[in-house]
Design a protein around this ligand. Structure first.
Ligand code: HEC
Ligand code: HEC
Ligand code: HEC
Ligand code: HEC
Length: 125
């Protein structure tokens, strides 16, 4: 009897965990590669999403938790529009501001803004 209750409780917990689970990085999108004129940028998407205090919406700022977030390029185009800054600026600002925050706190961080740092992200093959 006790065992059956235990199993029922466990089953409920497991179902609950799946129901509450936040959005997951889709398969194949764990690492994103951006082919740019300045070389390839390799972005550890899944690793970044696992950092403490980071949620999907930390970067996907218009994401409200329904389904999957949209790509930045859905709204941020190659060229700035009246509504949204261009993709390059939107992405750079997102990456640089967080890295700078960690650098200022004396923590491990990624490449920050600066002419000397471009190559830390943009790698020519
Ligand atoms: C933290 C990583 C990072 C650093 C540092 C960085 N970039 Fe980028 N950059 C990216 C990513 C990611 C993209 C892709 C976004 C996009 O498609 O526009 C990008 C896109 C670009 C683009 C648009 C490329 C294209 O072919 O459309 C240019 C130009 C660029 N970066 C220049 C620079 C310069 C100049 C620097 C140094 C001052 C720099 N980047 C530093 C990550 C970085
Ligand atoms: C540190 C920043 C960051 C975090 C955190 C993050 N993403 Fe992303 N994500 C990006 C960037 C940058 C792109 C590339 C967008 C583009 O190419 O326009 C992207 C692309 C995507 C795409 C691809 C869209 C497409 O159509 O190709 C999906 C889906 C996605 N992210 C889901 C998620 C989910 C789910 C989470 C939370 C578990 C998450 N992301 C967390 C930065 C992030
Ligand atoms: C549904 C449309 C939409 C999507 C998707 C979207 N953005 Fe934006 N974003 C906007 C609009 C509109 C603005 C300008 C108004 C504002 O600040 O909210 C903006 C502003 C920004 C800004 C502040 C402006 C600046 O120049 O610093 C950043 C940074 C940014 N977006 C980054 C991103 C990144 C990175 C992604 C993808 C991970 C993304 N956005 C996805 C619509 C979008
Ligand atoms: C919310 C904070 C945050 C955002 C946003 C962010 N990063 Fe990072 N990134 C970090 C931290 C923290 C580290 C240091 C991780 C470590 O060394 O363990 C890091 C490290 C990196 C590194 C060094 C190699 C690695 O993967 O550890 C690269 C390259 C990098 N980030 C690229 C990017 C790019 C490109 C973007 C924007 C698309 C971005 N990051 C956005 C927090 C962030």
């Amino acid at each position: 009897m006790a065992r059956r209750i235990l199993i029922a409780v466990l089953a409920t917990m497991i179902v609950g965990m799946f129901a509450l689970a936040a959005a997951q990085i889709p398969e194949g999108k764990e690492v994103l590669k951006f082919e740019t004129k300045m070389g390839t940028v390799t972005f550890e998407h899944a690793k970044h999403s696992g950092f403490e205090g980071v949620e999907c919406a930390t970067c996907h700022h218009t994401y409200e938790g329904e389904g999957l977030p949209q790509a930045c390029s859905e709204c941020h185009a190659k060229k700035a529009t009246e509504k949204a800054p261009k993709l390059q600026k939107a992405v750079h600002d997102t990456c640089w501001s967080c890295h700078q925050k960690h650098a200022d706190a004396g923590e491990k961080h990624g490449p920050v803004k600066g002419a000397k740092n471009c190559k830390q992200c943009h790698v020519k093959g």
